[in-house]
Design a protein around this ligand. Structure first.
Ligand SMILES: Cc1cc2nc3c(=O)[nH]c(=O)nc-3n(C[C@H](O)[C@H](O)[C@H](O)COP(=O)(O)OP(=O)(O)OC[C@H]3O[C@@H](n4cnc5c(N)ncnc54)[C@H](O)[C@@H]3O)c2cc1C
Length: 331
């Protein structure tokens, strides 16, 4: 039976976030698994959101815009009330498993009295019900959950679903109209008073095309300067970290890659002085090309690496940086 899916998008500073397109892509995939149907993207804002109409090109058949003076920042009560007000029209409601989605999806599910699958890595259908696959036990096991309530509510892991899946229900040359959605009355119990930006305008590891990550092998926080230099030489590169160094306070949590950090899927991932624990691999193994630098030839990271350099990072990284600079200088 055809199923209509609602994809809840996210914005930052009034601009759509890349994860929004992934949620729409996941919705497109689920709708196909359920026998077709439409995909509606829901956008929040205090003013028109840049890029909302372009969601059609990413697979949305309809775009609903919920505009409210209090929607410039994340508004837990307002967003939950708005999603819940239309959710019953859909077979499933999908969110991104970001900090916002992790907060919002369970709120919506609780309002609707249905279950909620979080951090989902695959979606399918069985006998008309949504089946979600999600990692448990720190990524050691994947469980399949059948969501029997309607709508099914789930948050999808970032960098896991295709960002852009073309809609089959809508001709590609027809622009998607942005329809206004009436925001229902809601009681505001939680107010976001501000959003703290990272101190440096660094690239987000989850969105950068190249990620250079460091682990405990770097010995002390100051040595991350080696990775910053390599990142600068490569260009368009974010510096990530293992949980061990984040827990030690060497790097900010926003840079953590892995099960309890961010999932990354860059074209190139360079793991420096990282052992390759299963929880770290859970966040980076889908990178297109993985390079590992480690002095222990038996380090588990080499099992997933496309290229492995067995050596002392304090010798290897500066030499690599010099070579990258030389190659780039040659154009
Ligand atoms: C529930 C749970 C969730 C977790 N979530 C995450 C997560 O999201 N992300 C994450 O990363 N971890 C996570 N962990 C922790 C994970 O299990 C590991 O403890 C952690 O990844 C180890 O970090 P590391 O590789 O930097 O350090 P280590 O395991 O100490 O490895 C350091 C590596 O550096 C190498 N090295 C040392 N000196 C040099 C040198 N001079 N040159 C070259 N190589 C050198 C060593 O050979 C070693 O392989 C989680 C754990 C649990 C239990």
């Amino acid at each position: 039976m055809p199923a209509d899916i609602l994809a809840v998008t996210e914005t930052r500073d009034g601009v759509l976030r890349q994860v929004s397109r992934e949620v729409v892509g996941a919705a497109r995939q689920l709708s196909a698994a359920m026998g077709g149907g439409t995909v509606t993207a829901l956008v929040f804002g205090s003013a028109p959101v840049e890029g909302a109409a372009s969601l059609g090109a990413s697979g949305a058949d309809r775009v609903l815009m919920a505009t409210h003076a209090g929607f410039g920042e994340y508004n837990p009560d307002g967003f939950a009330a708005t999603v819940a007000s239309v959710a019953r029209d859909y077979a499933a409601v999908l969110f991104a498993a970001t900090a916002t989605g992790k907060d919002l999806a369970p709120r919506v599910a609780a309002r609707l009295g249905v279950g909620c699958a979080t951090d989902v890595v695959a979606l399918g259908a069985e006998g008309g019900a949504v089946v979600a696959t999600r990692p448990v036990y720190a990524g050691k096991v994947l469980e399949r959950v059948k969501l029997t309530g309607v709508p099914a509510v789930a948050s999808v892991r970032t960098n896991t679903f295709e960002a852009s899946a073309p809609s089959t229900a809508r001709p590609p040359d027809r622009p998607t109209a942005v329809e206004a959605l009436q925001v229902p009355e809601f009681t505001q119990r939680v107010t976001v008073t501000g959003v703290k930006a990272p101190e440096k305008a660094a690239l987000d590891v989850a969105e950068a095309p190249i990620v250079v990550s460091g682990g405990r092998g770097l010995k002390e926080p100051a040595n991350f300067a080696l990775l910053e230099a390599l990142a600068e030489a490569l260009g368009n590169t974010a510096v990530g970290a293992s949980r061990a160094v984040v827990d030690a306070g060497w790097r900010e949590h926003g840079a953590q890659v892995g099960q309890t950090g961010k999932t990354v899927s860059p074209g190139l991932y360079i793991a420096v002085g990282i052992s390759g624990a299963i929880q770290h691999l859970a966040g980076m193994r889908t990178a297109k090309t993985i390079v590992a630098i480690n002095r222990d030839k038996d380090a588990p990271i080499f099992k997933v690496a496309d290229y492995g350099i067995v050596g002392d990072l304090f010798e290897v990284v500066p030499r690599l940086t010099e070579e990258v600079k030389k190659v780039r200088a040659q154009g």
